[in-house]
Design a protein around this ligand. Structure first.
Ligand SMILES: Nc1nc2c(ncn2[C@@H]2O[C@H](COP(=O)(O)OP(=O)(O)OP(=O)(O)O)[C@@H](O)[C@H]2O)c(=O)[nH]1
Length: 325
């Protein structure tokens, strides 16, 4: 399952919700028609149209967010008009509709749009209703908006935490293997389509087993964590750090040619050599393989090349960088 940071209504509940809305609107249109209120019949008939189209597209998995947003705005327009025409009978539909804003827009836009929508509807209702009644509806409506905003905020925060948990390695905070596949595949695609360069740095801590053996696994874990934090501080905002395996890390350098990648790798190697990670184990070094992306590369061959270069660096005595010629 793909987790997105912004909440969206899953397909089946969205279809059921639209069916319920169509049923409500149809009943309203028939009722208004029977009462010979042809203007409202026409306005809600018009609002039904985009809703039916959205439902059909959703069933065929072809609807998009913008189209759903427009449908909501058209329905809100019809409800505002009904508030102007029939007062409280229109006002009762504001509360359920304000909630939908929070599913289709981000929090800030939802707050602005739903408040604007509520204000226009309430002022419109003043044409046919008493101030007292409109005030009562105002309290209920703004309570709904506040509640929906708090709810949306909590859900989004929890969702972001979930996305973070699903995508990162708990010990080091680096991105995990699942993310690695997704991001690297995208880089390979962008290179093949638009020649956007990218490079990989595969980094392995030298003699890491000795840290575990001499000082215990907890100290080994601490080193992995500090090592990862150090790299995070050194790389650019757009560069991505992944935990590749036990004490192996991979850095994806987007928009980076071979020469620059080799310089970054050498800077990093030197900074790690100079860094004091653990009191008990003063010097930590690493070996790095550097491979830029080339035309014939697939995700697997790119990674394999990097792995071979790292192996060469290890065989060359460690604490060095080996880049693809
Ligand atoms: N503490 C800790 N150790 C780990 C973790 N994952 C893997 N390791 C250990 O990392 C060590 C890797 O050892 P080796 O593959 O022999 O590599 P090395 O000792 O770094 O030697 P070279 O890579 O050849 O320089 C093993 O002892 C693993 O048990 C982890 O999450 N925490």
């Amino acid at each position: 399952m793909e987790l997105k940071e912004q909440y969206s209504i899953p397909r089946i509940p969205a279809i059921l919700f639209m069916l319920a809305a169509i049923l409500t609107l149809c009943t309203f249109v028939i009722y208004r028609y029977i009462h010979q209120d042809y203007i409202l019949t026409f306005v809600f008939g018009i609002a039904l149209l985009p809703l039916c189209i959205t439902l059909i597209l959703e069933i065929r998995r072809k609807s998009n967010l913008l189209q759903k947003q427009l449908t909501l705005l058209i329905i809100c327009g019809a409800i505002i008009f009904s508030c102007y025409e029939i007062g409280y009978k229109g006002l009762i539909y504001i509360s359920p509709t304000v909630f939908i804003f929070f599913f289709l827009f981000n929090l800030k836009s939802s707050l602005i749009l739903s408040t604007l929508y509520a204000c226009i509807s309430l002022v419109s209702a003043l044409q046919v209703e008493s101030v007292e009644l409109v005030l009562r509806f105002s309290v209920a409506t703004f309570d709904c908006i506040i509640f929906a905003a708090i709810f949306a905020h909590i859900v989004n925060k929890q969702r972001q935490a979930l996305v973070h948990l699903a995508n990162t390695d708990e010990l080091t905070g680096a991105l995990n293997r699942k993310q690695l596949k997704t991001k690297l595949e995208l880089s390979v695609y962008e290179y093949q389509q638009q020649q956007i360069p990218a490079s990989l740095l595969l980094i392995d801590i030298d003699f890491f087993k000795m840290v575990n053996d001499n000082f215990g696994h907890i100290m080994g874990d601490q080193l992995l964590n500090k090592f990862s934090q150090h790299i995070q501080k050194k790389i650019r905002k757009d560069d991505l750090l992944f935990r590749f395996g036990g004490e192996e890390f991979l850095i994806l350098l987007p928009n980076t040619q071979f020469e620059s990648a080799a310089i970054v790798a050498e800077d990093l190697r030197r900074s790690i050599e100079e860094q004091h990670f653990l009191d008990q184990h003063p010097q930590v070094t690493c070996s790095i393989g550097v491979a830029d992306l080339r035309q014939a590369d697939t995700l697997d061959t790119w990674l394999k090349t990097c792995d071979n270069l790292l192996y060469t660096a290890k065989n060359a005595g460690r604490n060095c960088v080996v880049a693809r010629a």
